[in-house]
Design a binder for this molecule. Structure first.
Ligand code: SF4
Length: 437
């Protein structure tokens, strides 16, 4: 039977896209936004500039008054302002936090692929002068980034190998990863895609590339699930994102759309009423949110997630296990429980990928297993993510579990529960007459 499109609402098609893909204010002359649909329902939501009703947190207010005294609350809660005013410069950052010698040298002499970029909102979370603070370590470079260890690779997951056309990674049978931009508002120092985000990736995506990727998906009926990632797809304008979602929804065999993003964490202002209003027209649409530490679970992030959840978007989290940042049971438990409170299901806990200069972030696998063991049984099952290694060389995600299966004793499976106690389960394949009482 021919599959029917799940996209059953008539929406006027977006117009054409031309040129390089990026936020309007980054490449003002190279992107022509499409003509808005003539019916108004899509745009009835409040405009996404300035008026998004976030509750002003005392932390944000104090930070704003200190470092951006001329900026109004309305500007602060406008994601365009946050994006335009990303901190990309050692001089500005050093006014906000006292840089260690290590951080200062890394910033001054840095020539690596991932540039410095931190939204003012996220900078407001980097409190104090302690350079070992978890969030600070994830976004402020140190000189360790310059040292490439044996077995570290530019493309550790072999994505280029599984890329039939630019921007598409087709590794698993029924789904593709669609890399739509190389731009992020805030760069993580441990980014798996350091080869393509930041310096090399911010200008590297074009509408021609998107068209090629869409054609690839359209030509393959086996693709039922498309994950938009990058870079961060939520650095695109609403118009650009909708253009993509619209085109994908028109492909009858694409059942599921997903977006991977860190925006609710580093720039929650991005989750505007206009955005959620637009997104909910493209269901089933899921979102994976990259989150690292409980300090990120602010009232602003909570509001952003609630807004997405209220738009009917199922939310999952992705967390990279990072040494000295989140590699202990208590921190991870707080993070996972906090995510459930804001309606985000912990989805994946990743072993850190061996990109160049990542050795100071990577933990042993036994540490990850210890954390899973410390969660399972001790907290809500929904709060336990799947711990995976994305196999170097392109083997895909391989789940890892502590040893709960001790072995077999005759027809019995011998199992260990979360407290270490041993139990047996009768595991005969077919019951015999003598088993029937
Ligand atoms: S948000 Fe994602 S793509 Fe962007 S730098 Fe962080 S890990 Fe990389």
């Amino acid at each position: 039977m021919e599959s029917e499109s799940l996209f059953n609402e008539e929406v006027e098609p977006p117009g054409s896209l031309t040129g390089i893909i990026g936020p309007e204010h980054q490449t003002p002359n190279s992107f022509r936004p499409y003509k808005k649909p003539s019916h108004t329902s899509l745009y009835l939501a409040k405009p996404d500039r300035g008026v998004f009703p976030f509750k002003d947190s005392p932390r944000a207010k104090a930070f704003r008054k200190r470092f951006f005294p001329d900026i109004s609350r309305i500007e602060w809660y406008d994601w365009h302002w946050q994006f335009r005013n990303r901190i990309r410069d050692v001089d500005i950052l050093s006014q906000m936090i006292e840089l260690s010698e290590n951080e200062h040298n890394a910033l001054v002499y840095h020539s690596g692929k991932i540039p410095l970029s931190i939204t003012p909102y996220y900078a407001s979370l980097l409190t104090g002068n302690d350079c070992s603070r978890p969030l600070r370590r994830t976004v402020v470079p140190v000189v360790d980034e310059c040292f490439r260890m044996e077995n570290e690779e530019d493309d550790p997951l072999g994505e280029e190998h599984d890329s039939p056309v630019p921007g598409i990674v087709h590794r698993y049978p029924d789904r593709v990863l669609f890399l739509v931009t190389g731009l992020c508002s805030t760069y993580c120092r441990y980014c798996t895609r350091s080869r393509m985000v930041g310096r090399d990736g911010e200008q590297g995506f074009s509408s021609d590339q998107w068209e090629q990727a869409l054609e690839y998906i359209s030509d393959r009926p086996e693709i039922r699930d498309v994950l938009l990632s990058g870079g961060d797809p939520l650095t695109l304008s609403d118009e650009q994102l909708e253009w993509l979602l619209f085109r994908l929804r028109k492909i009858p065999h694409v059942e599921l759309l997903r977006i991977g993003t860190k925006a609710p964490v580093v720039m929650p202002q991005r989750i505007t009423p206009a955005l959620t209003h637009m997104l909910k027209r493209y269901h089933p649409l899921w979102m994976s949110i990259h989150v690292t530490h409980p300090d990120e679970l602010t009232p602003e992030m909570s509001q952003a997630c609630m807004r997405l959840a209220d738009a009917g978007i199922p939310l999952g989290s992705q967390t990279v296990l990072l040494t000295g940042i989140n590699d202990d049971v208590e921190t991870m438990k707080q993070l996972m429980q906090g995510l459930l409170r804001i309606r985000v299901k912990p989805y994946y806990l990743y072993q850190c990928d061996p990109i160049p200069g990542s050795s100071h972030f990577r933990t042993s696998v036994s540490k990850g297993l210890e954390i899973i063991q410390g969660l399972r049984g001790y907290t809500t099952g929904y709060a336990v993510p799947t711990y995976v290694i994305d196999a170097p060389g392109g083997g895909g995600k391989i789940p890892l579990l502590p040893e709960y299966l001790v072995g077999r004793d005759g027809d019995d499976l011998v199992l260990r529960n979360y407290e270490g106690q041993i139990y047996r389960y009768p595991d005969r394949e077919t019951p015999t007459n003598s088993d029937v009482h």
